[in-house]
Each structure stands twice: as structure tokens, then as C-alpha cells.
Design a protein around this ligand. Structure first.
Ligand SMILES: [Zn+2]
Ligand SMILES: [Zn+2]
Length: 59
């Protein structure tokens, strides 16, 4: 089993945990449309997110 394709990795942009299989929120960066995932915990705490594509940060 190998998952080397980073584009397929779904991890929380705020805390970095692997969120596959969890009820994480998925949304698109308002700046560039990059898909962003945030885990339920960070969503609850309204942690900041940062787009790894354009560097946009938001609540
Ligand atoms: Zn998180
Ligand atoms: Zn972006």
C-alpha cells in the first residue's frame, strides 16, 4: 500500500492531521479556488486556515 500522491492527501490545513474518514469541512480558497480541508475540531475553534497554494489566510 502506497499513497505517495500528495494531491490525494487530505489533511487539515490548520493542524495538519489526516482528516480522511472524518467529518471534516471541505471548501475552496476564495482567492484561488484551491481545495481546502479543515478538521471538525479546528472548524469548531474557528482556527485560521492558510491556503497552501496562494497563501491566503482566513477564518
Ligand atoms: Zn485541524
Ligand atoms: Zn488559495
Amino acid at each position: 500500500m502506497s499513497s505517495t500522491d500528495r494531491r490525494e492527501t487530505r489533511s487539515c490545513v490548520s493542524c495538519g492531521i489526516n482528516i480522511s474518514g472524518t467529518n471534516a469541512a471541505a471548501f475552496k480558497c476564495p482567492e484561488c479556488g484551491n481545495q481546502i480541508y479543515r478538521c471538525a475540531k479546528c472548524r469548531k475553534q474557528s482556527n485560521l486556515y492558510e491556503c497552501d497554494d496562494c497563501g491566503f489566510t482566513g477564518p
